[in-house]
Design a protein around this ligand. Structure first.
Ligand code: ARG
Length: 473
């Protein structure tokens, strides 16, 4: 059976060597080996119940599948393909089962098509790696929560338009990304609900003529339901597209965080000092410490967007039902998943090893211009209409910035000349710390609020880490 095809009967000429090389997928779909074994095990039992396999044949197949699983070893499957590479993972399993179980193996394909097998395997594979992905995401969120709790009191300038705007807590800034990633986790959970549907029992495209209990098969394989339309089940990949969208968006979120932290760790800000564990040097300039880990996280987002686009473009205008184009779905899916897990783990490492340079942050947050809004609020409290207060403060800031003065150092007379309603002592009490402390309503940057949010986020991350991989979740 050296390298027997599953479809050779009507052919008289062998495939051209270059076409074989062009069309093989075993080099990358061998990752689906464990899923293929699980699906085959369940299908063999279903065939036995449907009366296609005798009890002895089913037992021989079960033993052979166990053996194949041992050979496959770890999660990714390290089975040897032999001298001639098989066409794909389904062919590989069929060939090896025949060696191990003899003629019974030739019955396992009864009513079953690789079109449904590959759809099933991809779903099972993605479900298998769910815990790993969610664990990596939770690890990053947990690291942000720890960072935020520790640095709730550290203040930095907050920005809009990359211009200094108002003081914010450094912990508040970190938790903004935790919120984004928690929503990404929600999108993933939602995608997994639709992903946990069983295509097996759809045949090549038209459904199975055999008396297989598809609901029982679904339950046996940890799926929440069996698919309702065979044409759809063998050809849809929207479960993968949804997952890749969620991963690409998480990558975009990480890229924004990476960009902020690259800036914050530059000499221009200097508020963060990256750990040596996640920084690199220059081969020429001895003084350099470069944020390569963050830059790569930022760059990997491009790759993840590329994977999503690749998959969507593959699906666009594809006629029903299965087409071989679909073989091209696997590499972007695998790459997006690997990349997301790697980026999240490195991101968590960066957060855990970054030190905060509190004096530098405090110096930047002490910029009096950041208090302009609070000064306008004081005028409003003294009875000035906000638009007028805005105007007055704008003029004062322009003047004092020109003179290189802090508006809090103006004399009482100067302040009263500027705005007769103002109480000079209250102007002098304005500070970054007072500014953030005032913003204590839900979602605000007051350190007390940040500490409460950090605790909430830490708990959500812990729940995500320990949640069972239940498709109903
Ligand atoms: N290797 C194929 C894939 O990944 C498996 C399905 C092949 N089906 C077919 N009709 N040629 O899509």
């Amino acid at each position: 059976m050296a390298n027997e095809k599953l479809w050779g009967g009507r052919f008289t000429q062998p495939a051209a060597a270059e076409f074989e090389r062009f069309s093989e997928s075993f080099s990358f779909d061998r990752r689906l080996l464990r899923a293929e074994i699980r699906g085959s095990r369940a299908y063999a039992r279903a065939l036995e119940r449907a009366g296609v396999l005798a009890a002895g044949e089913a037992a021989a197949l079960a033993a052979a599948l166990d053996r194949l699983e041992q050979e496959a070893g770890g999660a990714s499957g390290a089975a040897e393909a032999g001298a001639v590479a098989p066409e794909d993972v389904h062919t590989f399993v069929a060939q090896r089962l025949e060696q191990l179980a003899g003629p019974a193996a030739r019955k396992l394909q009864t009513g079953r098509s690789r079109n449904e097998q590959v759809a099933l395997d991809l779903r099972l594979y993605l479900l298998d790696r769910r815990g790993e992905l969610e664990g990596a995401l939770a690890g990053y969120v947990a690291a942000l929560a720890r960072f935020a709790a520790e640095h709730a009191e550290v203040l930095i300038p907050g920005y809009t338009h990359l211009q200094r705007a108002q003081p914010v807590s450094l912990g508040h800034h970190a938790l903004a990304y935790a919120e984004m990633l928690l929503r990404d986790a929600g999108r993933l959970a939602d995608a997994y609900r639709r992903l946990a549907v069983l295509p097996l029992g759809s045949g090549a495209l038209a459904g199975t003529p055999l008396a297989v209990d598809r609901a029982a098969l679904a339950a046996e394989l940890g799926m929440s339901a069996a698919s309702q339309n065979s044409l759809d089940a063998v050809s849809d990949r929207d479960f993968a597209a949804e997952l890749l969208f969620a991963l690409a968006l998480a990558g975009v979120h990480l890229s924004r965080w990476a960009e902020d932290w690259i800036f914050y760790s530059s000499a221009e800000c200097g508020w963060l000092a990256l750990g040596d564990q996640f920084a690199s040097g220059s081969s020429l300039m001895p003084q350099k410490k470069n944020p390569d880990a963050l830059e790569l996280i930022r760059g990997k987002a491009a790759r993840q967007i590329g994977s999503l686009l690749q998959l969507l473009t593959l699906l666009k205008s594809l006629p029903l039902a299965y087409n071989r184009d679909l073989q091209e779905d696997k590499e972007p899916v695998f790459d997006a998943l690997d990349t997301a897990i790697a980026s999240l783990r490195v991101a968590a490492g960066v957060v855990a090893t970054t030190a905060v340079r509190r004096e530098r942050a405090a110096a930047a947050a002490a910029d009096p211009a950041l208090l302009a809004t609070d000064l306008a609020d004081l005028l409003v409290e003294a009875g000035v209409a906000f638009r007028d207060a805005h105007e007055l403060v704008g003029q004062l800031i322009a003047r004092t910035v020109d003179q290189g003065r802090d508006f809090r150092q103006l004399t009482d007379d100067e302040l009263r000349a500027w705005a007769p309603q103002i109480e000079p002592a209250r102007v002098r009490d304005l500070s970054a710390a007072a500014s953030v402390a005032r913003r204590a309503a839900l979602g605000g940057t007051a350190p007390a609020q940040v500490r409460a949010q950090a605790a909430r986020v830490a708990k959500l991350a812990a729940d995500l880490q320990t949640a069972p991989s239940d498709p109903q979740r």
